[in-house]
Structure formats: structure tokens, C-alpha cells
Design a binder for this molecule. Structure first.
Ligand SMILES: Cc1cc2nc3c(=O)[nH]c(=O)nc-3n(C[C@H](O)[C@H](O)[C@H](O)COP(=O)(O)OP(=O)(O)OC[C@H]3O[C@@H](n4cnc5c(N)ncnc54)[C@H](O)[C@@H]3O)c2cc1C
Length: 418
């Protein structure tokens, strides 16, 4: 370690908060300082595209802990401050206010920012993005009055907001250049189900279309123009076209970056005194290379892993990823990494909105997408966590009997790990 000082965590989001909290759970007695660019106490983002936008939202808190938690746990928090540079040789960071703070270990938990739309009219009033509490407040206020919402991007956030908007009877159109909703992240089988489901709610989904311009009338967005020249009217526009990792702080300090801050299996950057966790970190996964995952589970599990290391336990990060998305009455749960799958077996009934898509690569189970079938998801977590082999024939056998699958997974897990 190059310098004495606290563990500094740059970024006070889901992962940054969890590092600080887990350090205390691990019995770490040294100074811990969270430095976060946003002015709020650490909060969770998932409700921002779901419950927080509902008409009957009861104002339930999105904050991860009340302010007294930070006092009690002796976790320093500098909110509304950005870390602007790292002096690796001297072992310190500098914040936007010019303060230089030495660190013993630095954890980068800087997350991602929204990819922005760069077309004529895209900076106009009435064009929104969703990432922060401030974004959700601004967009939520407009949603109260909106009659016609156009969502550019049929990813998770776009589809979650579409479901909420339809609950409020807002005329909703989702546009995407991709051929399916959530195309980057889920199988065709599950995407097709969601397409039909959202259509049944009254959302208009237009795929394979490109937006070329935001129509501006009286200084505000009034719709979008498609590349075909067709106009789609709107009084509110939400853009959800993906994110970019906040890795500039690391790259300017000379650390390797490739679609995220490169870390090893211990989540350490090439500098032994600097780790990276959560959405901003690109970590190695056997057979897939370095990947970056945008999910609460990944952020919190990686944070716990780094905290344990800093407290003296050394374990590499091998957790199986899982993710959820709530869209109206549908809960989608994904476990594993389904990208690159070459076969899919569907168990259950898409017509009854209750099924799981089991994804295989070279005959091995790599992931399961479950729609309103939480038992499959839990069984999948067990199977994948313990590397328990399951053949496509076995999945076929279990297809009508989720309990049997769960029992198989539990027994096999106990045998693998007595
Ligand atoms: C609207 C929405 C809905 C979501 N829904 C789901 C869901 O249903 N399920 C799920 O699993 N995941 C969901 N996610 C994703 C999930 O919230 C993220 O994966 C998770 O927040 C990642 O945590 P993180 O700490 O890595 O990044 P963040 O939570 O994004 O935190 C990073 C923080 O670092 C700050 N920061 C950046 N640079 C600096 C700097 N230089 N100095 C100081 N601070 C800095 C940022 O301002 C930010 O506050 C959702 C995300 C959004 C936006």
C-alpha cells in the first residue's frame, strides 16, 4: 500500500454503498469514506423506472439506509462531490472542490451514465432520460400530464416505463432499431412473449425503426420523425438507449479500460491499491472474456467480495449473475449468462404468462429466464452456482414439475458441497 489513509470509495451508488457497509460487517475498523457525485444519500435505482412512477406511489423511500446509519457505522460520506483525479504514485484522490484526500485503498464504483441521443432536436424540453432520482422526479412530474409518450429504446428501462405508463392509460409507443424488445439481453422466446404482452396492454411497439429527429413545436418536443419520414406524435419522450461505463477517472490515471475498468478475478485493477466494482467494472469470466454486468446483484456481490478482501479474506469473484425486471404483472428473473446460447428449451406456458426458457451452450446449461416461475429461478441459481450438470432431456422431464427440479438442484448441491 502506497500511502496511509482511509479506504476511499469513489461513487456512492449501489456498489459503493455496499463496499462501505460490508467493510463494517466484516469488522474492518479503519476509516471508510464514500465520495459521491450525486447530492443524495445512497439510493437504489430499480424503483425509479417502476414503483416511483406509478400514480399511487406512496412515496416509499428509495434510500438504502437512513442518515443515522452512516453515523452509527462511522462511514464518512461526502455527497455532491466528484472525484476528478487519482494520484496513484502519491496514493490520493482530488475532488471537484480541490481537496486532496490520501487513500490506503481506492475502490472505483463510478457506475455508468446514459448513452445520449445525438439527433436534431434531442436537447429539447420534453426529452428525458432515467438514471438518477433527479431524472425520475423530472420525468415523473411530466408523466402526470402526459397524453402521448414515445419511448426511444425497447430495453429493460423502456419496457418497464411503458408498462407503468399504460397503467396510467397514457398512449404509449416504443420505438427501437432492434428486431425484438430487450434484444441484447434475452432470448427470442422470452422477447416474443414480452412483445405480445405489452401489445396486449395497449403499448404500440415499433421495431426495426430508426428515429432521425425530434420534432420541436413551441420550444418543446412534439414527436419524433422516423428515417422513413413518418412522424409519431408525443408530448413526452423518454430515451433509454443504453449506458456507457464511467471509466475516465481510471483511464486518466493510466489504468486499463475496455468497455469498463479492467479488473482481475479479485476485482483488482492493475494497481494493487485500486479495485473496481459494479456497473463500471469489466471482469474476467471463463469462456466469455471480460464482461460488464449492469445489475443490483452484480454490484452488491462484487462490493461484498472486495470488502472481504480488504478485511483480510481473499476470495476470487465467481458469483453467478442474476437479474430481475418487473413489468406490470410480469416478473422476469434471469440467472446465468445467456449470451451465446445455442439452444433453448421452454418449460411451462407462455400463453399463461408462466414459463422458463432454459438456455444451453454446447449442451451445458448457461442460464434460465423465468417469467412468473420463481421456483425455476431459484433452482437455476443452485444448479449454476454449484456447476451441477443438467441435460436437455432432464429439463424436458422436469418441465411440468418445478418442485422436482428444485429438489434435484437441492440434493445435487448438497452432494457437491456437503
Ligand atoms: C431506472 C433504473 C432501473 C433499474 N432496474 C433494475 C432492476 O430492476 N434490476 C437490476 O438488477 N438492476 C436494475 N438497474 C441497474 C442497477 O441499478 C445498477 O446495476 C446498479 O445501480 C449499479 O450500481 P453501481 O454502484 O455500480 O452504479 P450506480 O448505482 O450507478 O452508482 C454509481 C455512482 O457513482 C457516481 N459517480 C460517478 N463518477 C463519480 C466520480 N468521479 N466521483 C464520485 N462519484 C461518481 C454516480 O453519480 C453514481 O451515483 C436499474 C437501473 C436504472 C437506472
Amino acid at each position: 500500500m502506497s500511502s496511509s489513509g482511509p479506504v476511499i470509495i469513489a461513487g456512492a451508488g449501489q456498489a459503493g454503498f455496499q463496499v462501505a457497509s460490508s467493510l463494517r460487517d466484516e469488522g474492518f475498523a479503519g476509516d471508510v469514506l464514500l465520495i459521491g457525485e450525486e447530492p443524495e444519500f445512497p439510493y437504489q435505482r430499480p424503483p425509479l423506472s417502476k414503483a416511483a412512477l406509478e400514480a399511487n406511489h406512496n412515496g416509499a423511500s428509495v434510500f438504502l439506509r437512513p442518515p443515522k446509519f452512516f453515523e452509527e457505522k462511522k462511514i464518512g460520506l461526502q455527497a455532491g462531490k466528484k472525484v476528478v483525479s487519482i494520484d496513484r504514485a502519491g496514493g490520493s484522490v482530488t475532488t471537484c472542490s480541490g481537496e486532496r484526500i490520501p487513500y490506503q485503498h481506492l475502490v472505483l464504483a463510478t457506475g455508468t451514465r446514459n448513452r445520449t441521443l445525438d439527433i436534431p432536436g434531442s436537447k429539447t424540453r420534453g426529452v428525458f432520460y432515467l438514471r438518477t432520482i433527479a431524472d425520475a422526479r423530472g420525468f415523473g412530474e411530466q408523466l402526470e400530464r402526459a397524453k402521448r409518450l414515445v419511448i426511444i429504446g425497447a430495453g429493460f428501462i423502456g419496457m418497464e416505463v411503458a408498462a407503468t405508463a399504460r397503467k396510467r392509460s397514457i398512449d404509449t409507443t416504443v420505438l427501437d432499431i432492434a428486431p425484438r424488445p430487450m434484444a441484447r439481453a434475452i432470448t427470442a422466446a422470452t422477447a416474443n412473449f414480452f412483445h405480445n404482452f405489452h401489445s396486449s396492454l395497449g403499448t404500440k411497439i415499433r421495431l426495426g425503426v430508426e428515429v432521425s429527429e425530434i420534432v420541436v413545436e413551441n420550444g418543446a418536443a412534439a414527436g419524433v420523425l422516423l428515417q422513413t419520414g413518418e412522424r409519431v406524435d408525443a408530448d413526452l419522450i423518454l430515451v433509454g438507449i443504453g449506458v456507457i461505463a464511467n471509466s475516465e477517472l481510471a483511464s486518466e490515471a493510466g489504468l486499463a479500460v475496455q468497455n469498463g475498468i479492467l479488473v482481475d478475478e479479485y476485482l483488482k485493477t492493475e494497481d494493487q491499491n485500486i479495485s473496481a466494482v459494479g456497473d463500471c467494472a469489466a471482469f474476467p469470466v471463463r469462456s466469455l472474456g471480460n464482461i460488464r454486468i449492469e445489475s443490483v446483484q452484480n454490484a452488491t456481490d462484487q462490493a461484498r467480495c472486495v470488502a472481504a478482501r480488504l478485511a483480510g479474506r481473499v476470495d476470487c469473484y465467481t458469483n453467478v449473475p442474476w437479474f430481475w425486471s418487473d413489468q406490470s404483472t410480469i416478473k422476469l428473473q434471469i440467472v446465468g449468462l445467456v449470451s451465446g446460447h445455442d439452444d433453448v428449451l421452454v418449460a411451462g406456458s407462455p400463453d399463461e404468462a408462466c414459463f422458463s426458457a432454459f438456455c444451453f451452450r454446447n449442451g451445458s446449461l448457461v442460464g434460465i429466464e423465468s417469467v412468473n416461475r420463481p421456483a425455476d429461478h431459484m433452482a437455476g441459481r443452485r444448479l449454476l452456482r454449484h456447476g451441477i450438470p443438467i441435460s436437455q432431456d432432464q429439463v424436458e422431464d422436469f418441465k411440468f414439475d418445478v418442485k422436482a427440479l428444485e429438489a434435484y438442484a437441492r440434493t445435487a448441491a448438497l452432494e457437491a458441497c456437503p
